[in-house]
Structures are given as structure tokens and as C-alpha cells.
Design a binder for this molecule. Structure first.
Ligand SMILES: NC(=O)c1ccc[n+]([C@@H]2O[C@H](COP(=O)([O-])OP(=O)(O)OC[C@H]3O[C@@H](n4cnc5c(N)ncnc54)[C@H](O)[C@@H]3O)[C@@H](O)[C@H]2O)c1
Length: 344
């Protein structure tokens, strides 16, 4: 991209997070959302209306053929990214793909091959790398303050309402795709190493009894190529009264130091009313004087910045592909109830 050009963006998937992409891209001085597509015409029309666009699409191939686009945001459900990414690559469109990159080995390879063959640029929105506490901790690791990393621990859980009320497709995905992809990416990023072997144990029943047929929780041990070990917990059965939708705890131990992060009960702000205690989000989706300030917004802005300057994206398709292949090994391990080697 030329450094002075405005990136003409199309959005595929006008749901909760697609609307967020549109809002953030629209607020970026270097981007303009010029087309919107959703398989559900009502959603496409609503989002187009909010953006002041008088046309919208229900078929992404139609949008790619007729709208004049430089790049697309792919914000469809977890399992529905690959066909769209392959079609975008064939049209020479750069892309910001929501996490997880894909949920099958075949889809992972179809996307990486299409991106490589077309020469387009692609970033995957594994945005925890942009979270201020995690980013500051990673800078310390990179300076060598903690020495060589030995162990890591990451809990990333959601309250139940995410599975029961927010995502209509929760039973067609998994908490490992929805949140575990962030955990795997964060741990790989900190260790700067590939995960070679995983062992996961899972439990089901709580959500099934609420009518959502998906696994409740996974506890997973990860082994890295150079000897590091880590554990991660991903569930979506935390109580709805949690003051923050996410429960996020993280500790990393090296041979010279340790860092711990509590990104959910962060103690920076607590609000009490007559019947509720909340810990308002000041990290992920917050606005400051109406300006999008949270890190979930920063990662979307960063796509435009890097596309415009030519700088490398902060999350590559190659990294995101490895994350998906690790998650596939975790799912297999939980079913087989034994450790599984990750196949790349
Ligand atoms: N980075 C984050 O923090 C974050 C947060 C929420 C969701 N997400 C990710 O964003 C993606 C979307 O999640 P969501 O919560 O917005 O889901 P959603 O269900 O609210 O929206 C998805 C939309 O995609 C549309 N769609 C499905 N298949 C389509 C197709 N082939 N062509 C066009 N439209 C199609 C659906 O009609 C729906 O409107 C998921 O991958 C999810 O994991 C990321």
C-alpha cells in the first residue's frame, strides 16, 4: 500500500464483532469502510445503514467482485473463515482475519497456501499481544529480565452468558477456539518457541444442562521444543455474577525472575451500586472521550497502520496457523485422554 492512501475496507460478517471492526476502522484516519456483507440481509442492511452506505451484500463473492476494495475484515463465526479468506486472496485483497484462523487442518492449510500464492498481506486478530500488561511483561522477557522461561500458567475463562446468550454458534465451536486460541498464542509468543506436545483433560455437563451442547472446560499441559512447560485453563462456566466477563490470570517463571498478571480483578476501578459490584473494563473495549482506547481496538487499528507503512503485522498468519494446529492437538488429546504430539 502507498503510505498516503486510504485503505478501502469491506467487512464480511456484520455481527457483534464485525460491527466493532466497522466502528474502529471508520474512526481510523487511514481507513474507510466502503462495503458490508452478511449472509443475513437484515444484519448487512443495519450495519450498512449505521455506516451511511446505501448498498450491502449477502454474498461475499458478489461483494469482492463489485465493491472497489483494498482489504477485508473476515468476522464470521470461528469455523467460517477459510472459504472467504481463500476467495479474498484470489481477488488480491489484503485481510484481517478474526481469531481463530481456522478450525480444521484442511482450512488452516487452504488459507496459508492461498495467502502465500497470492502475495496479499494478512493479519490474524489474536489481540492479547496488544494488552498493556501482557505487552509490558513480554518486553521484560525480551530484555532478559526473567532469564530463560521455565514455566507458564494462563487461565482465560468466560462467564456462562457468553455460551448461553452471546454466541448463537457456541455449540458449533469450542471454548478452545474462542478463548484457548488467545491462550496458546500468548504462551507461544512469550516462550518464543513451538509447542510440541499437549495433554488435555476436559469436563462437560453444565452447559449441556442449559441446552448448549459444548464442552465446559479444558485443563491443558503444553510442552515447548526447548523444554519450557505451561498450563492453561479455558472454560465458559464461570458464574454470570463475575464482575468482569473474563477471568484472566497469568504467571510466567524464568530462571531469573517471575511476572504475574491479574487482568480481570485488576483493582484499578470497582463500582458498587445497591445490588451489583462491577469492575469496569479499562483494557479491552473502553472508550476515552469517545475515542476507542482498548487493546481490542488497537489491534484492529494496527492492521491499517502496518498495511499502510509496510511494517510487519504484529500477528502473522504463520503464527495463527500454528495456534490452530496446537488447538486441534488439544481437542484430540482431550478425546483420547492421552498426550498428543502436535503435527505442523
Ligand atoms: N477478537 C475478539 O475479541 C473477538 C471478540 C468476539 C468475537 N471474535 C471473533 O469474531 C468472529 C465473529 O464473532 P461474532 O461474535 O461477531 O459472531 P456473530 O454471530 O455475532 O456474527 C457473525 C456474523 O457472520 C455472519 N455470517 C456467517 N457466515 C457468513 C458467510 N459465509 N458470509 C457472510 N456472513 C456470514 C452471520 O450471519 C453473523 O451475522 C468469531 O471468529 C469470533 O471468535 C473475536
Amino acid at each position: 500500500m502507498e503510505s498516503h492512501s486510504i485503505v478501502r475496507m469491506g467487512i464480511v460478517g456484520a455481527g457483534t464483532w464485525g460491527a466493532t471492526h466497522a466502528r474502529i476502522l471508520q474512526a481510523h484516519p487511514g481507513a474507510e469502510v466502503v462495503a458490508v456483507c452478511d449472509a443475513d440481509a437484515g444484519r448487512a442492511r443495519d450495519l450498512a445503514g449505521r455506516l451511511g452506505l446505501d448498498t450491502w451484500y449477502t454474498d461475499y463473492a458478489d461483494m469482492f467482485a463489485h465493491a472497489r476494495l483494498d482489504a477485508v475484515s473476515i468476522v464470521t463465526p470461528d469455523y467460517a473463515h477459510a472459504d472467504i479468506a481463500v476467495a479474498a486472496a484470489a481477488r488480491g485483497l489484503h485481510m484481517l482475519i478474526e481469531k481463530p484462523l481456522a478450525t480444521t487442518r484442511d482450512d488452516v492449510h487452504r488459507i496459508t497456501e492461498a495467502v502465500a500464492a497470492s502475495g496479499v498481506r494478512a493479519m490474524v486478530d489474536l489481540h492479547n499481544r496488544f494488552s498493556p500488561p501482557f505487552n509490558v511483561a513480554k518486553q521484560a522477557v525480551d530484555r532478559g529480565d526473567l532469564g530463560t522461561l521455565q514455566t507458564g500458567y494462563m487461565r482465560l475463562n468466560d462467564a456462562k452468558w457468553v455460551a448461553t446468550d452471546l454466541l448463537p454458534w457456541a455449540a458449533k465451536s469450542s471454548i478452545l477456539w474462542f478463548l484457548g486460541s488467545h491462550s496458546v498464542d500468548t504462551l507461544r509468543w512469550f516462550f518464543g518457541d513451538d509447542i510440541t506436545r499437549v495433554y488435555a483433560v476436559s469436563r462437560s455437563g453444565v452447559l449441556r444442562d442449559l441446552g448448549i451442547d459444548t464442552t465446559d472446560v479444558y485443563l491443558t499441559t503444553l510442552e515447548f521444543a526447548r523444554g519450557g512447560i505451561a498450563q492453561m485453563e479455558n472454560g465458559w462456566i464461570n458464574p454470570n455474577a463475575m464482575p468482569n466477563v473474563n477471568d484472566i490470570k497469568f504467571t510466567i517463571v524464568g530462571d531469573k525472575g517471575m511476572t504475574s498478571i491479574d487482568a480481570s480483578s485488576h483493582n484499578l476501578i470497582t463500582t458498587y451500586t445497591e445490588n451489583k459490584v462491577t469492575v469496569p473494563d479499562i483494557l479491552v473495549n473502553d472508550l476515552v472521550f469517545g475515542y476507542p482506547a482498548g487493546f481490542a481496538y488497537q489491534s484492529i487499528r494496527s492492521f491499517i497502520d502496518c498495511l499502510t507503512t509496510g511494517e510487519e503485522f504484529k500477528v502473522s498468519v504463520e503464527d495463527a496457523a500454528k495456534v490452530s494446529l496446537v488447538v486441534l492437538a488439544i481437542l484430540e488429546s482431550a478425546v483420547r485422554r492421552e498426550p498428543v504430539d502436535v503435527t505442523y
